[in-house]
Design a protein around this ligand. Sequence first.
Ligand code: UD1
Length: 343
Amino acid sequence: MNKTVLVSGGAGFIGSHVTVELIAAGYDVVVADNMSNCDMTCFEGVKKITERDDIPFIEADFCKAGDADMVFSSRKIDAVIHFAAFKAVGESVAKPLMYYKNNLESFMNVIEAALSHGCTNILFSSSATVYGEPDSVPVTEQSPRKQATSPYGNTKKMCEDILQDCVKASKGSLNGILLRYFNPVGAHPSALIGELPRGVPNNLVPFVTQTAIGKREVLSLFGHDYPTPDGTCLRDFIDIVDLAKAHVFAVRRMLDGKMESGCEIYNIGTGHPLSVLEIVEAFEKVIGIKLNRRFVPRREGDVTAIWCDPTLANEKLGWKAERSLEETLASAWAWEKHLAGQC
Ligand code: UD1
């Protein structure tokens, strides 16, 4: 019998790509989402890509303990991947309580319901934000976590701690994995699922594609005076399909009893830094259009340079980033055109 994986927040950008890869790998998937930050576009896309009309979808708000219990009561869940969380850095600064309540309560409810229903494999979607402004790059999983620059970042750190403490308290019965994502970009090659930012995008690549399609007049590049080769920030842009596949390897490791410690942590990135200017120029090359763009002052809270050493994920999970930057950017563009009804 196939093992069943619950994807909380599975109708969103990362969750929908992970659902596709889990199904491709032979897992049964239950998707649960409260639809607070997305519509059914991506879930419908997942059904088309997988040619599966029968993927169970449960509308559930994990901030309600009763909803979490209802989801775990619906069938036997072998592992859960927890995405359901708010993720806008700026909004979290303006509305910290909303972030702490939502992101912490929902995760605690998921852990509690999982444990009470005998599900002992929990994967948490964490972020490179926990490293703050690193002392040295690339960062490894041993690099110190830093003071978070936003309540959003703080919730990632706190959720990491919560899972680690629960694993410790379980005395060997609970497996936890923390995946720390760098900058996820791109879309599925089918252009049927991708990122659907609400309102003005905060992240670079959605802003770039929206400028290219004419939805935004001008792309602002934040800061041209950083101590980097071209003066713009350096990031580790990881393709969304590659990132999604890392989850399959991680879940398999838990379900196959391969864990070497109760809670394992992996950086999920390429290991190759790219500057903001480099990625914008690479995009312009892929689509053959020069964007209307300008340099503006630095954005508050941005770190100068961060990229990871993905060796641990490469060796222990057997995972490696594979898609080329050109494929990734072309897929982001195809998705933007799909949204605009152009393909
Ligand atoms: C942010 C979050 C990270 C989260 C990620 C999701 C922090 C500090 N960062 O990363 O936790 O996982 O989003 O993808 O919490 N830029 C522009 N113009 C724009 C938009 C961005 O120049 O219109 C620049 C930014 O200044 C930055 C780079 O592009 O240097 C990447 O920005 P962004 O896509 O927002 O990601 P991060 O801030 O790195």
